[in-house]
Design a protein. Structure first.
Length: 434
């Protein structure tokens, strides 16, 4: 049976030929137009890069190698007795482009277990940081310290051929994915549980081991982590974390430099930190409205007052999507199955009913529907993970699956350094005023 690496290698030549032929035949074709508004709006919607792993459709949501999230939940292998797909299967799908079988996924779980040892110096680096430093900052620094392990860096120094850049990158990528749960769990136990660390399990899948090292053995929580790791794994290439990692990687920076840079983007409140902000907003609203489960009218008044005071409603809206985020729906279905009467879930459900019509009535919001961040935090709170400053670290561990798949493919296809042009406001005024 071929290994994951051998299966990937088998695809490289055909994929390179496809790209070469496409560029040779259609290289001068125009694939889109760029407006002045887009330039001044964060390059919103500009088609400017290739990401093989997934594509975000405004009306259908994210598709992973052509599969929608509901389809993914049906077709990917699961652990015995589990109701959720194993994220190892998502990694296989994004990397190989076809669905894995049970053996494929088990082999990845075993491969990640073998590679999961973290050097002592990484723990020493973390221990030298203030305990009250935000977990995402600790996470990024720890990842950066792993650069010392980079096989790509060593191979590049030895003069490796460009055609085989992908090989040591593959090794770095799998090593990074394997070590992240151990690092994240160490930060969690150090910051919130008096340095009471938990050793990894033997023979467990990636998510199960992560949940265990965090300190949770409940089967439902383990399934929640599997769901969380799957739905947050990738979101095409233009989001801040993926794009940052791609940009840094295009300079031939190794997997650790690239991923750490991506995590610094994920740590921003307009990106991955939003899940933390949603929880804070929900708990604050609940407290301000007297606790318990506020009425729809009270929630509506609170939301309207927030908007009138120039505040945003976290967890609603999306740069691309024009419907309820399927990742939100997946988490809602989990909640309906396991905690339908939980007070915070009922609060989120009421907010889901109340907020979209209010946002829509402003006439300023293209997508008034909830995104993935609107739901993820309250599920974690329910199972006892109350330290919501840590939630974005979970997001980061998950996102490694997509970002590393993208990096391996970028090296395999020989993608060049990314260097878009820029202009000035004066030049734009001159161009359009004549």
């Amino acid at each position: 049976m071929k290994s994951l690496k051998e299966k990937f290698k088998d695809q490289i030549n055909d994929s390179r030929d496809r790209v070469k032929n496409l560029v040779t035949e259609y290289g001068d074709k125009i694939v889109g137009e760029i407006s002045l508004r887009q330039i001044y709006s964060g390059m919103r919607g500009m088609l400017s890069m290739v990401t093989e792993t997934s594509k975000l459709d405004p009306n259908e949501g994210i598709r992973f190698r052509g599969y929608s999230l509901p389809e993914i939940q049906d077709v990917l292998p699961r652990a015995k007795g589990s109701n959720q797909p194993l994220p190892e299967g998502m990694f296989y799908l994004m990397l190989i482009g076809s669905l894995p079988n049970d053996n494929d996924v088990r082999n990845i779980s075993l491969e990640l277990e073998i590679r999961s040892d973290v050097p002592d110096y990484v723990f020493n680096v973390i221990n030298d940081l203030p305990k009250d430093m935000h977990p995402m900052t600790q996470f990024s620094i720890a990842i950066l310290s792993l650069k010392n392990e980079s096989q790509f860096t060593r191979a590049y120094k030895q003069g490796i051929s460009k055609k085989t850049y992908w090989d040591p990158t593959f090794e770095d990528a799998l090593n990074l994915i394997a070590k992240l749960p151990r690092i994240a769990a160490y930060i969690y136990r150090r910051s919130y549980h008096n340095e009471d660390y938990i050793e990894p399990l033997k023979g467990a899948d990636w998510s199960q081991n992560f949940a265990h090292m965090l300190g949770f053995s409940d089967a439902e929580f383990t399934d929640l982590i599997r769901l969380y790791m799957t739905i947050h794994s990738d979101h095409e290439g233009g989001n801040v974390s993926a794009h940052t990692a791609h940009l840094v990687g295009s300079a031939l920076s190794d997997a650790y430099l690239s991923f750490s840079a991506g995590m610094n983007g994920l740590a921003g409140p307009l990106h991955g930190l939003a899940n933390q902000e949603v929880v804070r907003w929900l708990l604050t609203m609940q407290k301000d409205l007297g606790g318990g489960l506020p009425s729809r009218d009270k929630i509506a008044d609170y939301v309207q007052d927030s908007l009138n005071n120039g505040k945003v409603i976290p967890g609603f809206g999306h740069a691309v999507l024009r419907k309820t985020d399927p990742r939100y729906t997946a988490q809602r279905e989990f909640a309906l199955k396991y905690l339908p009467d939980d007070q915070l879930f009922l609060l989120v459900s009421r907010v889901y009913e109340v907020v979209p019509p209010i946002l829509e009535a402003t006439g300023k919001v293209k997508n008034p529907w909830p995104n993935v961040d609107a739901h993820s935090g309250i599920l974690l709170l329910k199972y006892g993970m109350k330290e919501y400053d840590f939630f974005t670290v979970l997001f980061g561990v998950s996102r490694s699956l997509g970002i590393m798949s993208q990096l391996i493919w970028s090296r395999a296809l020989g993608m060049p350094i990314e260097r878009p042009g820029s202009t000035t406001t004066d030049l734009m005024i001159k161009k359009f005023s004549h």
